[in-house]
Design a binder for this molecule. Structure first.
Ligand code: F6R
Length: 596
C-alpha cells in the first residue's frame, strides 16, 4: 500500500477475511501511518484481503468514506478507483428497497448490489456476482472484492481504470500498479477493458462481464525494487530530479537504427505517416507543457501545422479531425482519463494516434496506433520531473520521425539532430550542479506572496512548468506568461520585491529574442521586481541586469528546455521544503488522475 500511496493519500483502509471466518475492516482518514497506528499490535490472521489508499471524489476524506466499503452485514468488502457515474440512481433504487448507506461514496452501492445478487442466487459465486453488478455500472472503475463466505478468492473488475495481476508462487496479487508487488514477483498480466479476474492462491481466471473466457496482456516488469525506492534521498522527487540525465538517455537509446528514427510500436505504415497533414498534441498538466515544446520542434522540422490542446477540453469542441490527422497523446501514466477520452474521440474520427507514455502496456498506448515509451523508470513523487524531460526528448524523436517520413529532413540531418539530443544528458548533469545556489535562493523567496515566470519561444512552456511546480508543491500563487504578453495586463501584478523568474534564450543562438527578454527583465526590475534569471553560462548581459542568475549550459534552442527546467524544478522543491511541505505528496493531488 505504501508503494501505491502516490495515487491517493486522503485515507487508507484494509479488509481481510480472517481464519475465524469473518471480515475485519479497519480504515482511517489521512496517510497510511494513521492506519498503521490503528492496526498496531493487531493480528490479521488472514490469507486474503484488500487494501486501498484513496483520492476522494465523492464524499469528504474521513474515516466513514475511506475504503473498503461493506454491505450492511459486513460480509463483503469492496475497494474502488474511478467514479461510478450512475451511483445516484443505484443508491436511490437501493434506498427504496430499504438499504441504509453508511457513507457518502459512489462505491458503497457496489457492496450492496453484490450482496443483493448473492441473496437472490443461493449458489452464486462472488465472481458471478461481480460480473452481474458490473453490467449495471456506468463510468470508470477498478473494483476489488472479498466475500467472507467465499474465503480463498479475491475478485476484481476493471473499466477505464488500471488493474494489474501479479503471478507469484502460491500467491497472487492485484494492484493498480506493479510497484505494489515487484518485491514478490515481476511476472504480471495487465487486465483488459471490461474484464473480471478471480484469483486464488495458485491460479487466476479472466472473463468478460458476461462470463466468456478472456485473456489479459502478460508482461515482465523490467525495473527493480531499487528503482522504486528512495536510494538515500529524503524525497522521491529529489531523487527523480537527479535521475533526469539517465531518464533522457534511456528514452533516446536504441531509437536511431541505421540512420532511421524508430518508434517502439508502429501499427501505421510509412505512407500513412507521409499523408499526415496536421498534428494535434493532447495532454494534461506537465505533459501538456511538453506538448507545447513539441509544437516548436515538429513545426520547425516538418512544416506541418501543430495544435496543442489540453486533453480535458479537446473532445468538447468538435476539433477538425480526419484520416490525415495525427494526434500525439502524451501521458506519463498512460491512464489519465482526460487524455484517454481524447484518444478515443480522435480514433472515432479516424485520426491516427501516437502515444508517448512512461508505463508499459497502459491503456493509452494500448488504444493507440503507434507508441514511443519514455524509459524514465517509475516516478513516485506526485509532481512530474524526470518524466517531463523524458517527454521532451520523446517529442523530439517524434518530430524527427515525422520529418524523416515526410522527407523534410535528410537522413544525415536527422542523425545530426539525434546526436545533439544524445548529448543532452551530459548537459542536464551540469545543470544539476546549481542545486546549492537554488537552495539559498529558495530560502530568500519562500515567504513571497506570489512568483511570476516569464519566457519566450520554448522558454514559455518552461515558465509555465516552473509556475505549475511551484503551485502544486509550495501552494504559492504562481503564473507563467509569455514575456511579451506581460505588458498587455499582467505587469500590473508587479510590485516591490515580487520575485520574477525569467527563462532567457541563448544570446548566441537567438540574439534577437535574447535582446527582447533583456528588455522585459529591465521592465519588471524598473517596477521593483526581484529578478531571477535562468541564463546560459557566460551570458554577461543577463548577469549585469538581473538580481540573481542561475546558469545552465548552452544547448541547441529546441532542446534547451531540458536544461532550463532543472533549476525551476529544484526551486519549487526547495521553496516547498522551506515552507515545511511534503514534496512527494502535495495536498489535494494524486499521481494518476483516472477520473474526468
Ligand atoms: C504535475 C503533474 C500533472 C501530470 C498530469 C498528467 O507535476 O504531474 O500535471 O502531468 O496529471 O498526467 P499523465 O502524464 O500521467 O497523463
Amino acid at each position: 500500500m505504501h508503494r501505491l500511496e502516490y495515487r491517493g493519500y486522503d485515507s487508507a483502509g484494509v479488509g481481510v477475511v480472517t481464519a475465524a471466518g469473518g471480515l475485519r475492516v479497519v480504515k482511517k482518514a489521512g496517510r497510511i501511518a494513521n492506519l498503521e497506528r490503528a492496526l498496531a499490535g493487531a493480528r490479521l490472521d488472514a490469507t486474503t484481503g484488500v487494501g486501498h489508499t484513496r483520492w476522494a471524489t465523492h464524499g469528504a476524506p474521513n474515516d466513514r468514506n475511506a475504503h473498503p466499503h461493506t454491505d450492511a452485514s459486513g460480509r463483503i468488502a469492496v475497494i474502488h478507483n474511478g467514479i461510478i457515474e450512475n451511483h445516484a440512481e443505484l443508491r436511490a433504487r437501493l434506498e427504496a428497497a430499504g438499504v441504509e448507506f453508511a457513507s457518502d461514496t459512489d462505491t458503497e452501492a457496489v457492496a450492496h448490489l453484490l450482496r443483493a445478487w448473492l441473496d437472490e442466487h443461493a449458489d452464486g459465486t462472488i465472481a458471478a456476482a461481480l460480473r452481474a453488478v458490473c453490467q449495471q455500472l456506468a463510468g470508470a472503475f477498478t473494483l476489488v472484492v472479498v466475500d467472507a463466505e467465499q474465503p480463498g478468492a479475491v475478485v476484481a473488475a476493471r473499466r477505464n481504470s488500471p488493474l494489474v495481476l501479479g503471478v507469484g508462487d502460491d500467491e497472487m496479487f492485484l494492484a493498480s500498479d506493479a510497484a505494489a508487488f515487484i518485491e514478490f514477483t515481476r511476472d504480471a498480466v495487465a487486465l483488459g477493458q471490461d474484464q473480471v479476474v478471480e484469483i486464488t492462491r495458485d491460479g487466476y481466471r479472466i472473463t468478460d462481464f458476461f462470463g466468456a473466457p478472456a485473456a489479459g496482456k502478460p508482461f515482465h516488469v523490467d525495473w527493480d525494487l531499487a528503482a522504486a525506492e528512495k536510494g538515500g534521498f529524503q524525497y522521491f522527487m529529489l531523487k527523480e530530479i537527479q535521475e533526469q540525465p539517465a531518464a533522457v538517455a534511456a528514452t533516446l537509446s536504441g531509437h536511431l537504427i541505421n540512420g532511421q528514427v524508430v518508434l517502439d510500436e508502429q501499427r501505421v505504415d510509412q505512407q500513412e505517416l507521409r499523408d499526415v497533414d496536421k498534428v494535434f498534441v493532447v495532454a494534461c498538466g506537465t505533459a501538456y507543457h511538453s506538448g507545447l515544446i513539441a509544437k516548436y520542434a515538429i513545426e520547425h522540422w516538418t512544416r506541418l501545422p501543430v495544435e496543442v490542446e489540453m486533453a480535458s477540453e479537446f473532445r468538447y469542441r468538435d476539433p477538425v479531425l480526419d484520416r490525415q490527422t495525427l494526434v500525439v497523446a502524451i501521458s506519463q501514466s498512460g491512464e489519465t482519463a482526460d487524455t484517454l477520452e481524447a484518444v478515443r474521440h480522435a480514433r472515432a474520427q479516424k485520426a491516427k494516434v501516437l502515444a508517448i507514455c512512461n508505463t508499459n502496456g497502459a491503456q493509452i498506448p494500448r488504444e493507440s496506433d503507434a507508441v514511443l515509451y519514455t524509459h524514465a523508470g517509475p516516478e513516485i513523487g506526485v509532481a512530474a520531473t524526470k518524466t517531463f524531460t523524458a517527454q521532451v526528448a520523446a517529442v523530439s524523436l517524434v518530430g524527427l520521425a515525422l520529418a524523416q517520413a515526410r522527407g523534410t529532413k535528410y537522413g544525415d540531418e536527422v542523425a545530426r539532430e539525434y546526436d545533439a539530443l544524445a548529448a543532452m544528458p551530459e548537459l542536464i548533469e551540469r545543470a544539476l550542479t546549481v542545486t546549492d545556489q537554488v537552495r539559498a535562493l529558495a530560502g530568500e523567496i519562500a515567504d513571497s506572496r506570489a512568483v511570476l515566470f516569464l519566457g519566450r519561444h520554448v522558454g514559455y512552456p518552461v515558465a509555465l512548468e516552473g509556475a505549475l511546480k511551484l503551485k502544486e508543491l509550495a501552494y504559492m500563487h504562481a503564473e507563467g506568461f509569455p514575456a511579451g504578453e506581460l505588458k498587455h495586463g499582467p505587469i500590473a501584478l508587479v510590485e516591490g520585491g515580487l520575485p520574477v523568474v525569467v527563462v532567457m534564450p541563448s544570446p548566441v543562438a537567438r540574439p534577437t529574442l535574447h535582446q527582447k527578454l533583456l528588455s522585459n527583465v529591465a521592465e519588471v526590475a524598473a517596477r521593483g521586481a526581484r529578478t531571477i534569471v535562468i541564463a546560459e553560462t557566460g551570458d554577461r548581459a543577463a548577469r549585469t541586469l538581473a538580481a540573481r542568475v542561475l546558469e545552465v549550459p548552452s544547448a541547441p534552442a529546441l532542446f534547451s528546455p531540458l536544461v532550463s527546467v532543472v533549476p525551476l524544478q529544484t526551486l519549487a522543491a526547495e521553496i516547498a521544503l522551506a515552507r515545511g511541505f511534503d514534496i512527494d505528496k502535495p495536498r489535494n493531488l494524486a499521481k494518476s488522475v483516472t477520473v474526468e
